[in-house]
Ligand binder design. Structure first.
Ligand SMILES: [Cu+2]
Length: 365
C-alpha cells in the first residue's frame, strides 16, 4: 500500500536530511508526474479500521499499523456545525484508541485511554460521536502504545461554516512524519541505555582543537566545562535523529517526490501538519514566499515568510502562488543532524565533517 519502487532514473534528493520532497508542479507538466491522490473521507459518518499495514520505506518490507490500510490515515473532511459519527474498529491484537488532536470534544469522546474512555479492546468497535464546534487543520492519532509512531495518524480538515477568510484555488495536506524500521520499543530501550544513542553529531577532540584555534584555549575549556556542568550536549537537539529516522511527506520518503499540481496563477493552500513522533522541521519552498494564514487550526493575521519551524503536533496553513515557469521544490529539514549514510568506513569522516555544518549553534544564553 505504502511501498514504492526505488528510483531508477534520478536520485534527486539523496540528502537524508530532507524530510521528503514536496513538489509544486504546473499543470502542463502533470503528464510527467503522478498527482498526489491522498485518500479523503468526507461527510458525517465514518468507518475507520485500525490494523496492520504493509510498509516499505527503506527497501525493507515491514508490518506497520495504519487506518483503513493506509499510512497516513485517510484525510477526514468535516464541516463546522455538523455532528460527526466515527465508528473505529480495532483489528490489532492489543488495545487501541483514536485521539482527535486539537478538536474540542466532550470528555468521553476525547479518546485518551484511562481518563474518561477505556480504550478499544482488540476486535471491538467504539463509536465516537460529537458536534464539531470549530474549523481548521488538525490531526488524529492513536493514543495507545507506540501505534502512532508506527503509522496510526492522519489529517483532519474542518471547513468553516462561514467560508474561508482567504481565497484559494487548491487545497493540499502536507503531513510530515518520521519513520524507523527499528521498533519503537528498541528505540526507547536504546535511549534508556544511552541518552545520546542516536546523536551522531557529538563534539570530539577534533572539534575541541578547532574551537581552541578559533576562540582560544581558555574560552574553549570554559565552554566545555559549562556544558559539562549542565550535563548536556550542545548538539542534543532531538533524542532520535536521522541515524534511524527516515522523514516522510504524506507517508512517502524524499525519493518518492510527493507532488502537488496547480495551474499558473492559482493560489495553493498547503496545510502542514507535523505528525511525527519527535522531529521538528524547518519548512521552506525554494524561492517561494509562503503566507501563513492559520496556526493550529486558528486563523491568524496573514504573515509572509520564507521559512517556518513546525514542532511536533503543530499545524500551519500557508497560501502560496507558485510561478508558472518551473516545478518548485520544498525540503522540510529535520532540526537534527543528518543521517549517517549507508557508507563504507572511509566515508564516515567526510560525513562527520559535513554533518557538523548541520548542527545548529547552541542556544545563546
Ligand atoms: Cu495528539
Amino acid at each position: 500500500m505504502n511501498s514504492f519502487v526505488p528510483p531508477t532514473r534520478r536520485h534527486f534528493l539523496q540528502s537524508a536530511a530532507a524530510a521528503g520532497a514536496l513538489f509544486l508542479v504546473p499543470w502542463p507538466l502533470q503528464r510527467a508526474l503522478a498527482a498526489s491522490r491522498a485518500p479523503v473521507l468526507s461527510g458525517t459518518e465514518f468507518q475507520l479500521e485500525i490494523g496492520p499495514v504493509p510498509m516499505n520505506v527503506t527497501g525493507r518490507p515491514i508490518t506497520a499499523t495504519g487506518i483503513n490500510g493506509q499510512i497516513p490515515a485517510p484525510i477526514l473532511r468535516w464541516r463546522e456545525g455538523d455532528t460527526v459519527t466515527l465508528a473505529v474498529t480495532n483489528r490489532l491484537s492489543e488495545p487501541s484508541s483514536i485521539h482527535w488532536h486539537g478538536v474540542r470534544t466532550p470528555a468521553p469522546m476525547d479518546g485518551v485511554p484511562g481518563l474518561s474512555f477505556p480504550g478499544i479492546p482488540p476486535g471491538e468497535t467504539f463509536v465516537y460521536r460529537f458536534p464539531v464546534h470549530q474549523s481548521g487543520t488538525y490531526w488524529y492519532h492513536s493514543h495507545s502504545g507506540f501505534q502512532e509512531q508506527t503509522g496510526v495518524y492522519g489529517p483532519i480538515v474542518i471547513a468553516p461554516r462561514d467560508g474561508y477568510a482567504q481565497g484559494f484555488d487548491r487545497d493540499y495536506v502536507v503531513m510530515l512524519s518520521d519513520w524507523s524500521d527499528e521498533s519503537p520499543d528498541t528505540i526507547v530501550s536504546n535511549l534508556k541505555f544511552q541518552s545520546n544513542y542516536y546523536n551522531y553529531g557529538q563534539r570530539t577532540l577534533g572539534t575541541f582543537i578547532n574551537d581552541a584555534q578559533r576562540k582560544g584555549l581558555s574560552e574553549t575549556v570554559a565552554d566545555r566545562l559549562e556544558w559539562g556542568k549542565m550535563r548536556m550536549s550542545p548538539t542534543d537537539i532531538l533524542d532520535v535523529s536521522g541515524a534511524t529516522y527516515t522523514y516522510l511527506i504524506n507517508g512517502q520518503p524524499a525519493r518518492a517526490n510527493w507532488t502537488a499540481l496547480f495551474r499558473p496563477g492559482e493560489r495553493v493552500r498547503l496545510r502542514f501538519i507535523n505528525g511525527s513522533s519527535m522531529s521538528i522541521f524547518d519548512v521552506r519552498i525554494d524561492g517561494l514566499p509562503m503566507t501563513v494564514v492559520q496556526a493550529d487550526g486558528n486563523d491568524v493575521a496573514p504573515v509572509t515568510v520564507d521559512e517556518f519551524r513546525i514542532s511536533v503536533a503543530e499545524t500551519y496553513d500557508v497560501i502560496v502562488q507558485p510561478p508558472a515557469a518551473a516545478p518548485t521544490r520544498s525540503l522540510p529539514r529535520p532540526r537534527t543532524a543528518p543521517a549517517m549514510p549507508a557508507a563504507p568506513w572511509r566515508r564516515a569522516r567526510a560525513w562527520r565533517r559535513r554533518s557538523r555544518r548541520w548542527i545548529p549553534a547552541p542556544y545563546a544564553p
